[in-house]
Design a protein around this ligand. Structure first.
Ligand code: UDP
Length: 466
């Protein structure tokens, strides 16, 4: 187990690690957690970032921040589910193009300055989506590492993507959705990355860029751990030529730091949770990007009201993808739930999930939310929307068996029944607790994730500039 200052042993010059996250909440959080981990091992930290969704430097006084102009906005709110993926992916490609030249200029200036200050720049850790910026970095002689913020299983799907296309699994055929994918268990066709014919080209391009980014890097870092994804990690270690580091759960391993939340978290809900009985509260949140139709929102509200269960619901601005929707909950909802629930626009999710009053999590199955729930031992009601979320839900329900599926058009009775299965499921809760204990072992000083962090630190120390 390493300690503060390990990173500077073996040489008199301080070593600096550069970070460039993709500017979305689910990518920013794990990047800051990784930075916190490496900073605690003695590395100096510089964050490059876009103006769009820029981090707040005042929350991280020990880090340097370098804004990179060129990319200032992204997908408009209220995109329909069909287009939100496509629009987000187009913006990711646009960000790569727009930031390339200004990033080159700023990185070159930083390297000159650090040379004068006799400080070594060890590497850049970039989000897997930022191939163009990694190419720039290597062009200036600096090694790159990739942080992939999704699961190892999802990356295995990326590795297999050309085969899935050749065999006709992608884009998925409506009539085949429930068919298994024998080449890639435990997935069914519906669990693969959903796309229509129009969106297939861009998904293929983005996945191919992620693969190039990983394979041309000096190592691939995952926010996962061996007890959760042993086979998936083994398969990646076999198939990829670069070293693979599983150093999750990052939110548990990283030293507690000020949050990297882009939205103001409503901490008042924690006091309300204190007043609720143990394991009684349903927590409902669909993350930072997923959206729902106005009719699904209404049925969700009716189902929650009819369930009779206490609840904490995150109704994020822009959650409903219907421009005419006025962010009002259906008539009668307030009266039916008075004293029994709290609605907030953004929650301190990690703290909510570890609160003893929370007994279930209705989630879109983003990877961070999934890891946070696994580590908190909270069973999940899974309603994935796009991207890797369907695959994550498959693992929650079918492999770890700590969740309940909720697919298709929502209606009140279906929602109520799913909430009942989740909140009343003693076996689900037991399995979730067991998985939580296994996760906790991995973050102890002798656990395998801690050992993998040691390996990562050694690896970074061994990297040499061209
Ligand atoms: N989150 C939060 N407050 C909320 C909802 C979400 O702080 O009310 C955090 C959550 O803890 C997680 C991140 O936002 O770390 C969402 O990431 P995830 O991968 O689950 O989903 P995404 O937003 O990328 O779809």
């Amino acid at each position: 187990m390493g300690s503060v200052g390990d990173a500077v042993t073996g040489g008199s010059r301080r070593r600096r690690v550069l970070f460039f996250p993709l500017p979305f909440q689910g990518h920013i959080n794990p990047m800051f957690q990784l930075a916190g981990l490496l900073h605690a091992r003695g590395f100096a930290v510089t964050f490059f970032h876009t103006h769009f969704n820029a981090p707040d430097p005042s929350r991280h006084p020990d880090y340097d921040f370098v804004p990179v102009p060129g990319f200032d906005n992204t997908a408009e709110g209220n995109s329909s589910l069909d287009t939100v993926v496509q629009v987000t992916l187009e913006h990711i490609l646009a960000m790569n193009r727009a930031c390339e030249a200004p990033f080159r200029e700023r990185l070159a200036a930083l390297l000159r300055r650090k040379e004068e200050e006799k400080e070594d720049v060890a590497c850049l850790v970039a989000d897997a989506h930022l191939l163009s910026l990694m190419d720039v970095t290597r062009g200036l002689g600096v090694p790159t590492l990739v942080l992939r913020t999704g699961s190892a299983a999802c990356f295995r799907l990326f590795v297999a993507f050309p085969m899935l296309c050749d065999k006709g699994y992608q884009p998925p055929q409506e009539s085949q959705l429930d068919a298994p994918v024998p080449e890639l268990p435990p997935y069914r066709v519906r669990d693969l990355i959903s796309t229509n014919a129009a969106g297939h080209g861009i998904i293929r391009e983005v996945i191919s860029r992620i693969m190039t980014a990983a394979e041309s890097s000096s190592g691939l870092i995952f926010n996962t751990f061996d007890a959760l994804e042993a086979d998936e990690l083994a398969s990646l270690r076999r198939d990829l030529t670069v070293p693979v580091f599983a150093i999750g759960p990052l939110h548990k391993l990283s030293p507690a730091a000020l949050s990297s939340s882009l939205l103001q978290q409503d901490r008042g809900c924690l006091a309300w949770l204190d007043s609720q009985p143990p394991a009684s509260v349903l927590y409902v949140s669909f993350g930072s990007l997923a959206s729902v139709s106005a009719s699904d929102l209404v049925e969700t509200a009716r189902g929650i009201a009819g369930s009779g269960r206490p609840f904490l619901w995150v109704l994020r601005p822009g959650l409903v993808n219907d421009a005419s929707y006025s962010q009002q909950l259906p008539e009668g909802f307030d009266a039916a739930t008075r004293g029994r629930g709290v609605v907030v626009s953004w929650a301190p999710q990690e703290e909510v999930l570890t609160h003893p009053s929370v007994g279930g999590f209705w989630t879109h199955c983003g990877w961070n939310s999934t890891m946070e729930a696994v580590c908190a031992g909270v069973p999940m009601l899974c309603r994935p929307c796009f991207g890797d979320q369907m695959g994550n839900a498959r693992y929650v329900n079918h492999v770890w068996r700590i969740g309940v599926e909720l697919n298709g058009q929502l209606e009140r009775s279906k929602v109520q029944a799913a909430i009942e299965t989740l909140m009343g499921g003693a076996e689900l809760r037991q399995r979730a607790k067991e998985l939580k204990s296994r996760a906790a072992e991995f973050v102890t000083e002798t656990g395998s994730s801690s050992a993998n962090v040691d390996k990562l630190v050694k690896h970074i120390m061994s990297l040499r500039r061209d």
